[in-house]
Ligand binder design. Structure first.
Ligand code: GLU
Length: 382
């Protein structure tokens, strides 16, 4: 029961529901009775005074049957079309099951830019915060109909984690067709056991994830671990649990088997968490050993320490910072576009104005805009 308290006691909870649970793989129809049982659990939580946010997949899985797109994998434009048909049905189903339990439902469709661009992130946060303040239950999905391959989350696990971070949720639950993280693939290895608690996500844990993908949804265990990394660094506990049973949240509360990732001690400043959790950094800056050492001491990254720039990005976009060995050291918001960054790399501060034709910042990435990897919770600087 002690771990389960993380869910019972949470003030604000994000519950992500996978397509494989909501939509029957054979018939392509909504699993109505299962959804009713989940709605019962959500109503209990709301009744206890908990704020609930649902991240629901299922639009594409639900819509494809109506367009006769039943066989095989879909092309992007078919997915977009299926999502348009499925999302309206999905939202309708959520409205019916939650409103019959006295809860007001709000549909929110997000695209990648709504969490990855700072201004839009703050805007989405304020809308969701207003909805929660008015006791509505936001039901969120990716706006698949207008999302193209380059600008898609592609999976709702990481979307749910970004939402949890955005709303400083205390607990995130990923309901899927797997019961949690196993030490090995349980389908292949009879010795595989479920890991109940993951205090930190290291290389050993990543190796356990393999690349398992369920038949209906998009995410596998790796995206769930990435979600766990983002959510826990933002101060949210995260639980991966099976939804292959009725009343799946009640089951977690009753202590049934699942994998917990406890929130890391002290969440950092919100802006740094946002930088650390960026899902699609637009470029890469490789730095020399001197710059790597300076970063480790909490210094800013200067143009002189940058040896190469790859990708295309604008001023203020998130980039990865790689050390001389190629390992990712940090993420940060670059003060220069990729074009200008290439022009000034390796140069001293005094030379920048002459190279650029304008007076820019002395730093390539200021320390306030920089998060060392594994340091999102440190909260130093900004
Ligand atoms: N957004 C997709 C949908 O609603 C699902 C993404 C996922 O499976 O995680 O169909």
């Amino acid at each position: 029961m002690t771990r389960a308290r993380r869910l019972v006691r949470a003030r604000r909870v994000v519950v992500k529901v996978g397509s494989a649970l909501l939509v029957d793989a054979g018939s392509g129809r909504l699993n109505r009775s299962w959804l009713e049982s989940l709605a019962d659990d959500l109503a209990v939580m709301a009744g206890r005074g908990q704020q609930v946010v649902v991240v629901s997949s299922g639009a594409i899985a639900l819509g494809r049957r109506h367009l006769g797109l039943t066989a095989g994998s879909l092309r992007l434009e078919e997915k977009q079309a299926a999502a348009a048909v499925g999302q309206i049905r999905l939202a309708h189903a959520w409205k019916e099951v939650l409103e019959s339990r006295g809860l007001t439902v709000a549909q929110v469709l997000l695209t990648l830019g709504d969490t990855e661009q700072r201004r839009r992130y703050l805007n989405a946060r304020s809308t969701l915060g207003t909805l929660l303040g008015l006791a509505a239950v936001p039901v969120i999905n990716e706006n698949d109909t207008v999302a193209t391959a380059e600008i898609r989350y592609g999976d709702n696990d990481r979307l749910a984690a970004r939402v949890a971070q955005m709303l400083t949720a205390d607990c995130t639950v990923l309901l899927s067709d797997v019961a949690g993280l196993y030490t090995a693939d349980p389908g292949q290895d009879p010795e595989a056991t479920l890991v109940e608690e993951v205090p930190g996500i290291d290389a050993r844990i990543m190796a356990m994830a393999g690349a398992s993908v369920s038949g209906v949804g998009s995410g596998g265990m790796p995206t769930k671990l990435e979600a766990a990394r983002i959510a826990t660094a933002a101060g949210s506990h995260l639980c991966i649990a099976s939804g292959r049973r009725e009343h799946p949240l009640r089951a977690i509360e009753a202590g049934s088997e699942c994998t917990w990732f406890p929130a890391s001690g002290r969440p950092g400043r919100l802006r740094k968490q946002w930088i650390a959790g960026s899902l699609k950094p637009a470029g890469v800056l490789s730095v020399d050993a001197g710059a790597a050492a300076a970063l480790a001491r909490g210094k800013s990254l200067l143009p002189a320490g940058v040896v190469s720039v790859s990708g295309r990005f604008d001023r203020g976009d998130a980039v990865r910072v790689l050390g001389p060995g190629g390992a990712e050291l940090a993420r940060g918001l670059c003060a220069y576009s990729s074009e200008d960054a290439r022009r000034i790399l390796g140069h001293r501060t005094g030379e920048l104005e002459g190279l650029l034709g304008y007076r820019g910042r002395d730093e390539m990435i200021h320390r306030d805009d920089l998060v060392l990897l594994g340091d999102a919770e440190a909260g130093s600087g900004a």
